[in-house]
Design a protein around this ligand. Structure first.
Ligand code: F6P
Length: 522
């Protein structure tokens, strides 16, 4: 069924006119391809998808039983089959899950609110060092910057993630152990980087505070006994649950640092924004559904047009870590080559990359405009100026809108030739230069705008991408909620580390030579 559908989509793509032409032949295009929910508007009209292609993409989603999967997801079925777990990060925002789950969430939210309020009120701590990596780091980091648009942090918030000693050294640099709260976040509490940084932070606290250091050391984990074995006092541990994937966990106790720094009200509003997107995703028909439209646009670009990457360019410094966050969210979720049933997939998750606008314009945009094959772009902009610099903000937005227009309309060779001629250039030079100065255009993009960068809107945006990933996982037939691909490297790193300390091991000649450079020196 799906194979036939893909053939149809390919046939449509082969006959398609350019994006610019689609605007001329489809008078309803803006109506069909622009969707809004609350403060978020997404304009898919600059994608090279005709109305007919859009209908076929929605049929593909139905062929893949997206409706059923969505219902199972919200009902708390164990859709993470390889780990035999439900997937219920929406329940953290108050949507979905059974009564028991809702109670767990409610109790935890109350506990977190009370704790954050108390810390803010007491005023003893001036800074937080948040220790964690991957999902225990990227979400909090992105959201910390984003929340700063609406209000400044009550405490300084620093992060230590990498096992490179520079990470924890930089995080602790210049801080006073007496006024620093260390929050160690690890779902598994087994992650090497986090444990080593947590040990370093604890040593640093103990050197100054001695036995009292424990009161400045918090753990957030789904492995309470692991944290206790590590030496964290039981009443200093905040739980979350195995039905919260690491990369979907910023909504849980993982966001404790954010609640303390920016206040529980801002955090609640962030959760409410995500909940509103959850309900939109759950209740809207596929054709009006933002995450579905976004996901199917990605499927078109990947599986029909063959693009191997997507650039995400936030035109807002406050969400500049969006592309790094989405790299984990999308690539760890859907970077798979076997289906849930262990069969080969077709093409799945593209590479996600990007940097903030306008910086990227002075770096890799050359490739986006003229490179082979280029990449579809998600432009993300905020309409309101939060910096009291209206002229800067207008320039930022003008750049954002200009880039998507330029990618679409390009600059035809005959126009370039005329320009060169009017400059009086000789024909031979025009023949050489014109092709180089031509822009092919017809390069697809989506523009997402937030009315303002409120905590609510930020929650909306992140939940939109989360559900996009879910939909694409359904279409590609993969389990979006496991990550077996990260295991092998972790095991080999453990073995090599033991060899640095004297163990014997066998490797290929290249790896052996690398290991020797360390063992011979030490
Ligand atoms: O290495 C991948 C990973 O398992 C991610 O999925 C996760 O977000 C990260 O490591 C950190 O894991 P933990 O929160 O258990 O320390």
């Amino acid at each position: 069924m799906s194979a036939e559908r893909y053939e149809k989509l390919e046939a449509i793509a082969a006959k398609s006119v350019s994006i610019a032409e689609l605007f001329k032949v489809e008078p309803e295009r803006m109506k069909r391809f622009v969707l809004r929910e609350g403060p978020l508007r997404a304009d898919f009209s600059k994608q090279s998808i005709s109305e007919h292609a859009r209908e076929q993409l929605l049929h593909l989603a139905r062929d893949c039983q997206l409706d059923d999967w969505r219902a199972r997801f919200f009902a708390g079925d164990k859709i993470n089959t390889s780990e035999d777990r439900a997937v219920l990060h929406m329940a953290l925002r108050g949507v979905g899950g059974d009564k028991a789950v809702q109670k767990q969430v409610k109790d935890m939210r109350k506990k977190l609110r009370e704790f954050a309020t108390e810390i803010r009120k007491a005023g003893k701590f001036k800074s937080i060092v948040h220790v964690g990596i991957g999902g225990s780091d990227l979400g909090p980091r992105l959201v910390a910057d984003g929340l700063a648009a609406a209000g400044s942090a009550a405490l300084e918030l620093r992060f230590a993630e990498n096992v490179d000693g520079a990470s924890i050294n930089d995080a602790l640099e210049g801080l006073d152990p007496k006024t620093t709260l260390v929050i160690v976040v690890s779902k598994s509490f087994t992650t090497q980087e986090t444990r080593m940084n947590a040990e370093a932070a604890r040593d640093w606290l103990e050197a100054k505070l001695g036995k009292k250091a424990g009161a400045s050391f918090i753990a957030v984990t789904a492995n309470r006994s692991g944290a206790e074995d590590f030496g964290v006092a039981s009443d200093q541990i905040f739980d979350f649950w195995d039905w919260v994937g690491g990369r979907y966990s910023v909504w849980s106790a993982v966001g404790l640092s954010l609640q303390i720094a920016y206040g529980p009200d801002a955090f609640d509003s962030f959760l409410d924004g995500a909940a509103a997107m959850d309900m939109h995703f759950r209740d809207q028909p596929l054709e009006n559904n933002l995450p579905v439209m976004m996901a199917m646009t990605g499927v078109w670009n990947r599986n029909v047009l063959g693009y191997s990457s997507v650039a995400v360019i936030p035109y807002s410094r406050r969400i500049r870590k969006l592309s790094a966050f989405l790299q984990q969210l999308e690539m760890e979720s859907n970077g798979k080559s076997k289906t849930r049933l262990g069969k080969d997939t077709g093409l799945t998750c593209p590479i996600i990359w990007g940097d903030e606008g306008t910086n990227g314009q002075h770096a890799f945009f050359q490739w986006l405009h003229q490179g082979t094959p280029g990449a579809p772009v998600d432009f993300v902009a905020v309409l309101k100026d939060h910096e009291a610099r209206p002229s800067h903000h207008n320039a930022l937005l003008a750049n954002c809108f200009a880039q998507s227009e330029a990618l679409m309309i390009g600059k035809p060779e005959h126009v370039v030739r005329e320009e060169l001629k009017s400059e009086g250039r000789p024909d031979a030079e025009i023949d050489q230069l014109a092709p180089q100065k031509t822009f092919s255009g017809n390069r697809p993009s989506t523009t997402i705008t937030l009315d303002e960068l409120t905590p609510f809107a930020l929650g909306h945006l992140i939940a939109l991408y989360e559900h996009k990933v879910f939909v694409q996982g359904v279409i590609w037939g993969v389990n979006s909620f496991d990550q077996w691909g990260v295991q092998l490297g972790k095991v080999l790193a453990g073995a090599i580390l033991r060899e640095f300390e004297g163990d014997q091991g066998r490797h290929d000649p290249s790896t052996e030579a690398l290991i020797k450079m360390v063992t011979v020196k030490s």
